[in-house]
Write a protein that binds this ligand. Structure first.
Ligand code: KG4
Ligand code: ZN
Length: 333
């Protein structure tokens, strides 16, 4: 017997087909992620046509597993929530179509969720709480942003990347070194045993909240092109440079805005170096919050939490709403 209301959430913005059953208090009753990584690995990145086809193939099995492992029937659901953007158009379409069909068939409200807002909620699943005001550092394959929120849901963009995201830089550096997509896990693993031997730039380190990672990526390529490099040391040098940029900017925002919580989310928030450098009171009175590792990368649990927030504040979306591939974070001021 469930003791809180639950919704079904669906996420297909990129290369994970995911569904979850999430309680109104952000309890994860079930969370299923079917990753397509093996299909894209050898191509060095996500191939959109392969991704959308695979979402369609995996969708019913993933939803069924989320419902069955939660012991939930359609009648038990309060709503269906789905990622409407940003993301790959064909990937988003697969999830939005499935969610629309289920909401129609089961006569449930349909809730549209912004994928970026989903990441912001990923640190608050299963009873974890952040306090406001908060500063978020969102570091994923698609985004690199610093966001200030005076209260939940009221976002102000402090800075964003002028070119590549940090996850993209990880993926490109891994590719230069001959590793498959995604680059984050392999680069982080190699960096653990490497030495910071190569001098690399820290782009835009000295001022402001914007980021730039394409120059760093090119500098790594020049090091590799010189030949005779130690792979682990390249990884360690790249990780040191990119993490120094992230931690410096986050600390700058903490010093200026004195938030109660600093929240680091998105795929790159898995980085052990980032977690270590920001731990142990590195931010003074500001509490540092990370999602649990399984909710750092794309998943439907975070979409369910953001879905509850949207449902309770903005209600359902209209029948004519479709996917919005270039959707940006709603900015309040
Ligand atoms: O959040 P996410 O799953 O997808 C987007 O919304 O973009 O993030 C994926 C990104 C990839 O670029 C991947 O290389 C990076 O996160 N990533 C990591 C790690 N695991 C994944 N980056 C650093 N360290 C990791 N352990
Ligand atoms: Zn994501």
């Amino acid at each position: 017997m469930l003791n809180e209301r639950v919704l079904l959430s669906i996420e297909t913005s990129c290369d994970e087909t995911a569904a979850a059953i999430i309680g109104e208090e952000f309890t994860v009753v079930s969370s299923v992620v079917s990753t397509q990584i093996p299909l894209h690995a050898k191509w060095g990145g996500v191939i959109p046509g392969i991704a959308s086809r695979q979402h369609v193939l995996a969708m019913n099995g993933v939803i069924r597993e989320a419902m069955e492992s939660a012991g939930v029937k359609p009648d038990d659901l309060t709503a269906v929530a789905v990622t409407i953007g940003p993301g790959l158009p064909g990937s988003l379409a697969a999830g939005v179509s499935a969610a629309k069909a289920l909401a129609l068939a089961w006569s449930k409200p349909l809730v549209g969720v912004n994928h970026l807002e989903g990441h912001l909620f990923s640190a608050e699943l299963n009873g974890e709480k952040i306090e406001f005001p908060a500063v978020y550092l969102l570091v994923s394959g698609g985004h690199c942003m610093l966001i200030y929120a005076a209260e939940r849901g009221k976002y102000r963009l402090l800075g964003t990347t002028k070119d590549d995201s940090v996850g993209e830089a990880y993926d490109k550096v891994a590719r230069e070194l001959g590793f498959e997509y995604p680059g984050g896990p392999v680069i982080d693993r190699l960096a653990l045993t490497g030495k910071e031997r190569y001098a690399l730039p820290r782009p835009m380190l000295d001022s402001g909240y914007d980021f730039s990672f394409s120059g760093l990526k090119s500098a790594v390529r020049r090091v590799i092109d010189q030949g005779d490099v130690v792979t682990e040391d390249v990884a360690a040098s790249f990780v040191a440079a990119s993490m120094e940029v992230l931690t410096t900017k986050l600390k700058r925002a903490v010093a200026e805005y004195h938030p109660k919580s600093a929240v680091v989310v998105g795929g790159v928030s898995k980085s052990p170096v980032l977690r270590e450098q920001l731990g142990n009171g590195a931010l003074g009175a500001t509490k540092i919050v990370f999602p649990s590792l399984k909710y750092s990368t794309d998943n439907a649990a975070m979409i369910g939490a953001a879905g509850w927030w949207q449902f309770l504040h903005n209600g359902q979306i209209d029948d004519h709403v479709g996917m919005i591939p270039r959707l940006s974070l709603p900015i309040a001021e």
